[in-house]
Each structure stands twice: as structure tokens, then as C-alpha cells.
Design a protein around this ligand. Sequence first.
Ligand code: NAP
Ligand code: GLV
Length: 309
Amino acid sequence: MRILLYRADGKTEPWVRDFSEALPKTEVVTWQEGDRSAQCDYAVLWSPPAALIGQLSKVKAIFLAGAGVDAILKFGDALPDAPIIRLGDAGMAVQMAEYVTHAVLRYFRRFDEYEKQARRGIWAPLPQYEKKDFSVGVLGMGVLGSRALRALADFGFPLRGWSRTQKAVDGVACFSGMDSLDEFLAGTRVLVCMLPLTPETTNLLDRGRLSMLPKGAYLINVARGAHVAEPDLLTLIRSDHLAGATLDVFRNEPLPAPHPFWEEPRISMTPHISALTVREDSVRQIAAKIKALENDEPVADVVDRTRGY
Ligand code: NAP
Ligand code: GLV
């Protein structure tokens, strides 16, 4: 059996080592731009180029070394028919829960304002926000969204979740489908985006939708930059409709300079690090799935190409 590895960052060496250990009778090879052959049984990819996709016609399955599938589904009809299998959690969900909880608490407890006061030598308690006014609404109740909701539940925020299919989760007001989105947004003080990027969710958070959030609402986007119309977000923050945003993802990454987000103090930014791929967990998960496929057993996290995630 042969496994082919490709990572856009070129850091394949530790992956080769770990896969060789996890699947000892396997030949593990890498692919570089310019290579003419990608013959393999299984490919493990992150942000592959079109040239590689075109060489994968005989692959049995494509594994993604991440949770999001937009960077592969964009190849559309050029993709082989083989199943595409993403990571399911593999150490990312707890990181998302940490990131989102931190961002919610930082806004709720006014830590940014205290930080500014401290720099100016000001000792002055601010009025506390009330939890009953601080509903947190999570767009996407999948692997990552549901883990973040679980973490937030411990703090007693009123919680809401929005998904494509209806859910029932204790302590979470659940909404589903486009018809319920306006109502979901209208009752959300902190909006957390944890959706996959699909044709339906691209530009979902435009001026109209963001305006449905109550005045003083806050956005946390940890999914993909293209969910948000960036100029609209900026306009709504600068007009004081929104209090600010914490953004981990952007339409163009790295965020170019100049970009107005760099200058806006009410936008906190991180460089797409809210949930990093954990190599050890990922190799373990993918190796187990390869063994299952070799035994004709079903595996989880197969991407539904029609749905787009
Ligand atoms: P997932 O398990 O597939 O969950 C996706 C959720 O979104 C599901 O609840 C799904 O609804 C919902 N959804 C999809 N399309 C929808 C629509 N049109 N309307 C309403 N709800 C919709 O995905 P995940 O593992 O949680 O990951 C979510 C995304 O996070 C990934 O796709 C990736 O883009 C992003 N991500 C970012 C980072 C980072 O570092 N910034 C790291 C990892 C992942 P159903 O439950 O009804 O299917
Ligand atoms: C990272 O953004 C991922 O989708 O895993």
C-alpha cells in the first residue's frame, strides 16, 4: 500500500515519519510541484494544487489534514470519484472551545477596556454586563460548534445554536434553516461563526444579516473569512451598531497590508490559529480510517459533495 502526502507548507517530514510508524507495511511518499506522478492508494492532503488533483485518478480515498473542505471541493469535477474524508475533531474541538470561550469572556468581562484603562493609569471599575443580556449564538452545531457550546454552558450564558438540520440540545435554543436565521440573529448578543464554507454560507454575514443583531452585538469568526462581507462588518462597527469583532479568518490570508482591519481597535485578530491540526491525533485518526477502508468497514467524516461539507 502506498500513501502520498502533500502539504502546501512543505512540512511533510514529521508526517511521513508518523505515518510510517502507524502503518509499518506502507510506503509513504511525498509530492512536490513539478512531479509527474501521484500514484498511490490513499492521499493525505492540505491545500493541494490543481496539478496534484489531476494526477489522483486511481486513488481509493483522499484524506484531508484539516476540518474544512472548501480548499478541495473548489476543484469540482476535476476531483476523482473516490471518497473525500476530513478530520473529525482530532484535537481541534477543544482548541476552538478555548478560543471562543476566551473571546466571549473577554468581551463580557470588558477586559479590553480594562487593558486600555490600565495603560492610561486609570483605576475605575466599569458597570458589569448582565448574563441574561448576553446570549451567545453559535452558527454551526457540528463537531466544533457543539464543543464550544458545551464549554460556554458552564458559564451560564443563554445559548442558541443554528444548523441546517434541527437539533435538540439541553440548555441550547436550537434553530435550523434559512427561515429561522433572522429570529436567531435578532436574539443573539455574541455571534460565533463555526460554519463550513459552502455556496449557501458564503457571504452569509452581510450588512443585512449583521444589522439584525441587536445594537452592541459582537462577532467572533473562527470558520472562514468568506462568510463575512468585510466592508459591511467595518461599517457596522464604525457606526456603533456592532461593538466589535474577534476574527481568526479572513477573505485573503495572510491579511494584506494595508487593510482597514489593521487600523480598527475594536477588531481583535489572530492569524488562523483558533484550531490547529494536531499531527499525532490526525495521523492516528487517518491511519485507523485507512485500516477500516482496507477491511471494507465504514468510516466517519466522509464529505457529502452535494451538501458541500
Ligand atoms: P461540521 O461538523 O461539518 O459542522 C458543520 C455545521 O454547520 C453543522 O451543524 C451543519 O448543520 C451546519 N451547517 C452547514 N451548512 C449550513 C447551512 N447552510 N445552514 C445552517 N447550518 C449549516 O464542521 P466542523 O468540524 O464543526 O467545522 C466547521 C468549520 O470550521 C470547518 O468547515 C472549517 O471551515 C472551520 N475550521 C476553522 C479552523 C480555524 O482554525 N479557523 C479550524 C478548523 C475548522 P447540520 O448539523 O444540520 O449538518
Ligand atoms: C482549518 O482551518 C481547518 O479547516 O482545519
